[in-house]
Design a binder for this molecule. Structure first.
Ligand code: NAD
Length: 359
């Protein structure tokens, strides 16, 4: 199969972890006989330095015509001047907007080999496998807002349109069908009018189009508690922008390491954007200390969600499990008595494991 993938290394540890994702893609191409065309483009701080623009036209055009886009991370102290004309983050936000990426997917699946890294007890973490769908382009972050002339009062409006709820609930319900067939919608319908609309629309879509999927609704404050008390009881969770922002960050603590968690942003027609949830980690950049597994697992998501290559995605995830079983650990996931490997050693090991699957 012929597919084109744009790589956006970005800043800080971004280039280091994306280089390892490149090895993963090459190993998958070799094992499964695919022809992947890889193109690297600038985004973020490095694009400001080179083009004076965090999202150059050439980057946007390349992303638009690709089948999937894989990003490292953007930002760093070099571009932090509050008076600067533009910032690296503007490149990422601009890209998400231009590609119409309205759904942010964040899988939370702690690796059994790293169970001790979780702040929760192992019996609570066992079996946790949640896929969040957070609405990304609507809600309170994009509603009208203002501050009074004297600066003493401000308002931000949470707005949702029916079509925004319908499209993300459909995506989440389809994902649930391919997993454990259970979808939970999270809102605040006991207080907010906008949540009552969300609940009504979500309920109608589920009743009319997905009667076979087990569906329930949970209030956001209760959900914050359930995610700590019984995280293994959820499968797919769909929610709005603000609630999703908070709940996905809360849940990202369950596995206990930032360096292991991928995410995806997808829309209806344009290619999806796949990235680790961590930032550019300037404190460890250029030292071979970064854990590349989040970006490698983001590559697996790209294979699954944008390239429709389920077998290949599973092969990447199996390889990651294998290297963890073999005891490979970067600094962030090593316990005091464990030996530590570099970013490239970890990436090489995953590529080798893809090439030599267990028989
Ligand atoms: P961060 O995620 O970059 O780092 C937080 C801590 O986790 C640091 O101690 C770092 O060393 C460690 N860490 C992160 N990723 C790691 C990995 N793969 N392996 C090992 N350790 C890892 O968050 P921050 O320090 O708050 O932000 C740094 C910069 O990244 C800022 O400029 C911020 O704006 C930017 N940022 C970018 C994105 C993005 O591109 N999507 C997301 C978050 C932050």
């Amino acid at each position: 199969m012929h597919k084109s993938i744009v790589l956006l290394p970005g800043d800080g540890i971004g280039p280091e972890v994306v280089a390892e994702a490149r090895k993963t893609i090459t190993a998958i191409a070799q094992r499964f006989g695919h022809d992947f065309v890889l193109e690297e483009r600038a985004l973020g701080g490095n694009a400001i330095d080179e083009f004076g623009d965090p999202l150059p036209q050439s980057t946007l055009a390349a992303c638009r015509s690709a089948d999937a886009v894989i990003l490292g991370a953007v930002g760093g102290p070099k571009w932090d001047d509050p008076n600067a004309k533009t910032r690296p983050e503007a490149g990422l936000l601009g890209l998400r907007k231009e590609l119409g990426l309205f759904a942010n997917l964040r899988p939370i699946r702690p690796h059994r080999q790293l169970i001790d890294a979780s702040p929760l007890r192992p019996d609570l973490i066992a079996g946790v496998d949640i896929l969040f769908f957070r609405e990304l382009t609507g809600g309170i972050y994009f509603g009208p807002s203002s501050v009074s002339n004297d600066g003493t009062t401000a308002h931000s409006e949470m707005v949702y349109h029916t079509y925004e709820v319908e499209r993300i609930v459909r995506l989440a319900a389809e994902a649930a069908r391919a997993r454990d067939n259970h979808l939970t919608s999270v809102d605040k319908a006991n207080v907010l009018e906008v949540s009552r609309l969300w609940r009504r629309v979500a309920g109608r879509v589920m009743a009319e189009e997905f009667p076979d999927v087990n569906y329930d609704v949970v209030l956001v404050d209760a959900m914050a508690m359930h995610l700590i008390a019984r995280p293994a009881s959820f499968d797919v969770v769909v929610t709005g922008n603000l609630f999703g922002d908070i709940l996905t960050d809360e849940s990202s603590m369950l596995p206990g390491s930032l360096g292991m968690l991928p995410s995806a942003s997808i829309g209806e027609t344009e290619p999806g954007l796949y990235e680790p949830i961590h930032g550019s980690a300037p404190d460890i950049a250029g030292r071979g200390l970064a854990n590349p597994l989040a970006t490698i697992l983001a590559t697996a998501m790209a294979l699954r969600h944008s390239l429709e290559m389920e077998r290949e995605a599973a092969a990447v995830e199996t390889a990651v499990n294998q290297v963890l079983d073999d005891g490979l650990r970067t600094t962030d996931i090593a316990t005091a008595d464990e030996a530590v490997v570099s970013t490239t050693t970890m990436g090489d090991a995953v590529a080798t494991a893809i090439g030599s699957p267990p028989t």
